[in-house]
Design a protein around this ligand. Structure first.
Ligand code: CP
Ligand code: NVA
Length: 309
């Protein structure tokens, strides 16, 4: 049977992601208060090894996949481009074929999405996208889990995105099409998301509004989301930061959203840039639940890839 890759949310689809969210909630509840490295009672991935390739920095993705594998009864190892032969030019195709003989699944964080696709093409084991310049699907499974945990029903939800039209937004748009929620995207001109993701969300039944008016984007939102204005690998351009300033999520902008709106940020955050300290530290902010949920989401994604969900 062909390996089940998770390069984008559509690889799994709505039913499988709904099953992931349910499984993640069950497993999270079942191990409440346990030491974080202790395996779940059923240890469904006992004996399995995840190989993780990092061509970019990471805290959450790295730790949550490692701890997630331990909780499923397995283990993980890390290859970074600086110390592996990938960094000296060994091809992705050969790397995929070698790792497929040595580990049971591969996670890759890289720049060009085509590299993750090429890895998946040549691998005989599941390949998971741990972030590319194009998308960040693992983050959005954790975000959906966090929204649901905080009592938000996904269909019809009003999600406001403020700031840069980046990889995280792309995966939110993909999720919007799958779960039929609506996204109001507020970006400066020239920083809109890839039209392909907007078209996909709309074709799948989500309402997507693109605006250059931050207040319009935030108005009536159930969820307000932002991310760094400068993603990994991008240049720190002064013009961009100046253009982004009106899209900073501050108390005034949050006041435009519904009174019970929640604030999400995949982290790392740049306080005072994309979000004010007041909003980040407020009761509306659920960013640390969101960060913890990376573990629970990752576990469900892994189980899906191994055909165990
Ligand atoms: N949100 C996220 O992916 O964090 P890391 O870059 O720390 O993995
Ligand atoms: N958009 C950010 C997300 C970091 C988790 C980046 O790509 O750097």
């Amino acid at each position: 049977m062909a390996a089940k890759h998770f390069l984008d949310l559509s690889d799994a689809g709505g039913d499988a992601i709904a099953a992931m969210l349910a499984d993640a909630q069950d497993r999270k509840a079942a191990r409440l208060g346990w030491p974080k490295g202790k395996a779940d009672a059923d240890a469904p991935l006992a004996g399995h090894v995840l190989g993780m390739i990092f061509e970019k920095n990471s805290t959450r993705t790295r730790v949550s996949f490692d701890i997630g594998m331990r909780q499923l009864g397995g283990t993980s190892l890390i290859l970074d481009s600086g110390t592996s032969q990938l960094g000296r030019g060994e091809s992705i195709a050969d790397t995929a074929r070698v790792l497929s003989r040595m580990v049971d699944a591969i996670m890759i964080r890289t720049d060009d999405h085509a590299k993750a696709e090429e890895l998946a093409h040549h691998a005989h084991v599941p390949v998971i996208n741990g972030l590319t310049d194009r998308s960040h699907p693992c983050q959005i499974v954790a975000d959906l889990l966090t929204m649901v945990e905080h009592g938000k029903a996904l269909p019809g939800l009003e999600v406001a995105w403020l700031g840069d039209g980046n990889n995280v937004l792309h995966s939110i748009l993909e999720a919007a099409g799958i779960f039929k929620f609506n996204v109001r995207v507020g970006t400066p001109q020239g920083y809109e998301p890839d039209p392909e993701f907007v078209a996909m969300a709309r074709a799948n039944g989500a309402q997507v509004t693109l605006t250059q008016d931050a207040a319009e984007a935030a108005a009536g939102a159930d969820i307000v989301v932002t991310d760094t204005w400068v993603s990994m690998g991008q240049e720190h351009v002064h013009n961009k930061l100046a253009a982004m300033a009106p899209f900073r999520v501050d108390a005034k902008l949050m006041a435009r959203a519904k009174p019970d709106a929640r604030f999400l940020h995949c982290l790392p955050a740049h306080i005072g840039d994309e979000v004010s300290a007041e909003v980040f530290e407020s009761d509306q902010s659920i960013v640390f639940d969101e960060a913890e949920n990376r573990i629970h989401a990752q576990k469900s994604i892994l189980l899906w890839c191994f055909g165990k969900l």
